[in-house]
Design a protein around this ligand. Structure first.
Ligand code: ZN
Length: 316
């Protein structure tokens, strides 16, 4: 039986069950919090994370894939505590979340040297623990596939080639980055069936999505609730159209929720959220999205495919 690495060690694929493929129990800037700890409240962060974990567990979720990487304050000890106290499986990543900037130690390393860092985390463990990374994260956003972003993608590709581990690539459909990212992976010889282009659900451009699917990758319809990128109704229409075209076995539903996110001051967040993401949470899928998709024709088999079977296949 094939297994998947979690923060509590390898788990049989069949143990994963209902899986949210892209959620964060905490996403903060690690440099900010190291330098200015008075801006952060560890106890409040813990309360937010464990309350979200228990809430999704109440909805039947058994596994959370947590794509926090370098620059999103990945902390596997924190993730393990969430897993231990909630009973959820939490699946950790290696990788680097940057839209362009690289610090000197990475700027001055080659693709192969960066790949070796990822391979170390897959084979030996993360942050001095024996918790091993199950997949590799990279990102491209508004600046596109810049030389630095390309370097991280090539490093991710090479680490994947050496270990067989899948890749999750944050994308920005508004800039069409998905196709450029797949081009880099294909040049590196990565099997497209190992690659998930995250945030593809931020567009309702079916031509773009189908061109991406034609490359053979998975797509993340994974930002439900983030109206600022695409309102829920357009996300729903897009998912239903893709289901009708037979793509249930190629996509994931998730929310990219962050139990704590430090991008805005609490005051700014209070102002922005009602417009940008009024219903965004770790349970929005269960409260509204899935019931509505079912009413509009999604079958139980399609849901099971997206939430149980696809995570197994991608992670295996
Ligand atoms: Zn994310």
């Amino acid at each position: 039986m094939a297994t998947v690495e979690t923060v509590n060690g390898p788990v049989d694929l069949d143990e994963l069950g209902f899986t949210l493929i892209h959620e964060h129990f905490r996403a903060t800037d690690e440099a900010m919090r190291f330098q200015f700890p008075h801006l952060y409240d560890e106890d409040a962060e813990w309360e937010a994370a464990i309350s979200d974990a228990n809430a999704v567990k109440g909805h039947g979720v058994r596994t959370i894939v947590e794509p926090s990487a370098m620059f999103l304050h990945r902390d596997v000890t924190f993730s393990k505590r969430v897993a231990d106290e909630s009973g959820l499986n939490v699946v950790p990543a290696t990788g680097i979340y940057t839209y362009d900037h690289l610090p000197q130690p990475l700027g001055n390393r080659s693709e192969d040297e960066i790949a070796a860092i990822f391979v170390h985390e897959i084979e030996n463990g993360i942050q001095g623990t024996d918790i091993k990374a199950a997949f590799i994260k990279c990102a491209a956003d508004e600046p596109g596939v810049t030389p630095n972003v390309e370097k991280i993608h090539r490093a991710a590709a090479r680490a994947s080639q050496q270990t067989g581990r899948p890749i999750m690539a944050h994308s920005r459909p508004a800039s069409g980055t998905g196709l450029d990212q797949m081009k880099v992976f294909s040049e590196e010889g990565v099997d497209p069936a190992k690659v998930q282009i995250a945030h593809t659900g931020d567009t309702d451009d079916l031509d773009y999505i189908e061109r991406l699917l034609d490359t053979g990758c998975w797509i993340g319809m994974d930002r439900y609730g983030l109206d600022i990128f695409l309102p829920t109704e357009q996300r729903q229409k897009t998912v239903l159209a893709l289901l009708e075209r037979g793509y249930a076995d190629r996509m994931f539903l998730s929310q990219d929720w962050c139990s704590t996110l430090d991008w805005f001051t609490p005051e700014a967040e209070e102002q922005i959220k009602p417009q940008a993401a009024p219903k965004w949470s770790m349970t929005f899928l269960f409260e509204e999205v899935i019931p509505e998709l079912k009413e509009r024709g999604m079958t139980d088999e399609q849901l099971d495919q997206m939430m149980v079977e696809n995570p197994k296949r991608w992670l295996a």
